[in-house]
Design a protein around this ligand. Sequence first.
Ligand code: KG4
Ligand code: ZN
Length: 316
Amino acid sequence: MNEILAIESSCDETAVATLTKNGQVGLSRVISQIDMHEVFGGVLPEAAARRHLEALPYLLQGVTRPDLVCVTAGPGLLPALLTGVSVALGLSHGWGIPLLGVNHVVAHVAAASLEQDIHLPVLGLVVSGGHTSFYFIERWSEPKLIGWTYDDAAGECLDKVGRALGMKYPAGPAIDKLALDISDRIALPLPLKNESSFNFSFSGLKTAALRHKDDTSPEILAASLMDAVVAHLMDRVDRVMADYHYPLVVGGGVSASSYLRNRFLSKYGNNVLFPSPKRSTDNAEMIAAYGRLLLDEGVKPSACVSPDPNMERGWC
Ligand code: KG4
Ligand code: ZN
């Protein structure tokens, strides 16, 4: 097997990881920019890129020449992607080794392969701050997007409502804890309940939650929102599973939620898999893992990778 170096810089985490020849994670380093972005309540692309550029040389210290460099080519914030891809291009040229650009969202699904054997086909649900996407994956090199969000992503909805309730960015982990600790709920609507697509919509839920800001305690409101987000996700999973009888892998930052995991596991049992919570949020191990799965399928890396904020393909 090839030794892989992976670089992730699509949003507000700068990360570097290696996979050794026997498939084990070698080093894995992440620097989060949350302290900077919480001041603004969201991620500023140019500021994120500047931080990535400062962090990458530091994170790459002591890394020796691998057989392949994998880098997140998209989707994500263009300035942020550009820094990671530029550094990866430099390393690949300097070391004279191939470069593979991979899709960050599909990599959230691939993260699970670091801990368990994933037998294709699978359904991949990615629930993060930037995406809520459903994939049908028969081949890692040709993931098929079968569902997406019309507006906000699930994590974005949690973060925005959390901000309005005075919570720190990102609010997901605090809201998750409230949903576990508090059992009182107010009723929030089930989005797209009359639509039979596999798509999502979270902005109506955000508006509905905020309408109760002055007549419900912030704790109950936050717990009710988490409940409603999970109910919407499970409603779509039920629809997908009625048509596709395959195991479901759930990744992305929101899937680190213990509340979500409990609900999914009690409903779908052995049919649902998760990467461990620390591999659900952004990291570079998942980028290396996806690169390895692509190589195993016979994908031939080239050296021409260009960042694509709206990337749909699995790799480039
Ligand atoms: O996958 P991720 O780290 O970055 C993106 O690719 O977007 O996801 C970040 C999102 C944020 O919206 C954050 O609030 C949410 O994941 N999040 C959580 C938890 N940990 C992170 N949401 C609920 N429960 C958690 N434990
Ligand atoms: Zn992500």
